[in-house]
Design a protein around this ligand. Structure first.
Ligand SMILES: [Fe+2]
Ligand SMILES: [Fe+2]
Length: 162
């Protein structure tokens, strides 16, 4: 799948999953959704940081990419905090809402500011190859199990723009 189509599809899926967290009735269901949100978010960010961003780095995208990496750091810090918190902690819901809002904001920025520039930089074949590479990395991370657990090691500073 074309890299941009893949990322946009995952943005909508993650947003829907985050919304369903607030609608879940039981604590066990909410926990399952939260862990799924954590895994989806983690593999998405990893594939952007390791595959997509390096491939679309150019003079006209560099500022947006650096800002995006800082936004990723903020998302990872929130997720890492949430993974440490018991779900019935009084701050859990507030923190989850902030994660949801920041994620939606970040998706909007990528879709409105970054992806249009990437479409000018790369042709369809390159985007298709990138999409395959990202999907393969995401699958590998999922096969290794509980990808969300990796975020706690990535909260120090933003990933470098390679
Ligand atoms: Fe994204
Ligand atoms: Fe991103």
């Amino acid at each position: 799948m074309n890299a941009i189509d893949l990322l946009i599809k995952q943005h909508r899926e993650l947003e829907a999953r985050m919304k369903s967290w607030g609608e879940a009735r039981e604590a066990a269901e909410q926990r399952r959704i939260f862990e799924d949100v954590g895994d989806q978010l983690t593999v998405h960010l990893a594939s952007e940081e390791q595959v997509f961003y390096p491939a679309v780095k150019a003079r006209r995208t560099e500022d947006i990419l650096l800002e995006s990496l800082e936004e990723h750091l903020s998302l990872k810090r929130l997720l890492s905090d949430l993974l440490e918190l018991p779900q019935d902690d009084p701050t859990f819901e507030a923190k989850f809402k902030v994660l949801k809002e920041q994620t939606e904001h970040h998706h909007k920025e990528e879709e409105e500011n970054l992806f249009p520039k990437v479409r000018q930089l790369l042709d369809g074949d390159s985007l298709a190859r990138l999409g395959e590479e990202m999907a393969a990395l995401q699958l590998k991370l999922r096969r290794e199990g509980e990808p969300r657990e990796a975020v706690s090691t990535q909260t120090d500073k933003a990933a470098p723009l390679k």
